[in-house]
Design a binder for this molecule. Structure first.
Ligand code: FE
Length: 206
């Protein structure tokens, strides 16, 4: 390939997959018909890429400090998130609570469904066939590979997400955080804690 082609980024050329081709076709049709503009599509993509797990962490920290909010969150995650101005239209958000008896972990066995409005884009391992197939069959072993040893007396529940139902794990608040405010608490709530492959550690915030 010539230097000029590489300068233009053409060195990255790969044939489009079936779904990529569908996406491009649909997007170009929507732009052609004047339903959206290219600029709107780009702005939405930038917004999605810029999003991290901060919103989810704020929701968890609020649930840890406000029992009323926690009850509303467990009752109806979608509606409770609206209190944060987080709009999750057409999606049902189900929040599952870790307890001393039960540990929850989420997966999408079919593809990569994920609460993006709360956690940003999913990590590559979440989308991998390896994680999707194994966490269902041998969750304890998979969590151990993440460095999380769940004691035998704790039940493991694996939740399979779908296109219109997303899960978020509400981790247990570490005992050492008594007296902490919401902002400080949010700092120890990582993406992996809300997927269920890790638990909050106080040292993470130091
Ligand atoms: Fe999916």
């Amino acid at each position: 390939m010539s230097d000029a082609a590489e300068d233009k980024g053409l060195g990255d050329y790969r044939p489009l997959s079936y779904f990529q081709l569908m996406e491009v076709s649909l997007r170009e049709l929507l732009v052609e018909k004047g339903i959206v503009t290219d600029a709107q599509v780009q702005a939405t993509l930038e917004d999605m890429r810029a999003r991290g797990p901060e919103a989810g962490a704020r929701v968890v920290a609020r649930a840890w400090t406000d029992p009323g909010f926690k009850a509303r969150l467990l009752e109806n995650g979608t509606r409770a998130c609206e209190e944060f101005g987080l709009d999750v239209p057409a999606l049902r958000l189900v929040v599952v609570e870790n307890t001393p008896q039960v540990h929850n972990v989420i997966v999408c066995t079919l593809c990569s469904c994920y609460p993006r409005m709360l956690l940003g884009l999913p990590p590559d391992w979440y989308k991998s066939g390896n994680y999707r197939s194994r966490v269902v069959r041998e969750p304890r072993a998979v969590l151990a590979e993440f460095g999380l040893r769940v004691p035998d007396h704790v039940s493991l529940r694996v939740h399979d997400s779908t296109a219109d139902m997303r899960y978020l794990v509400l981790p247990m608040r570490p005992a050492q955080t008594a007296g902490w405010g919401e902002a400080q608490l949010a700092q120890i709530v990582t993406r992996d804690c809300m997927i269920g492959v890790a638990v909050p550690k106080v040292s993470d915030s130091l």
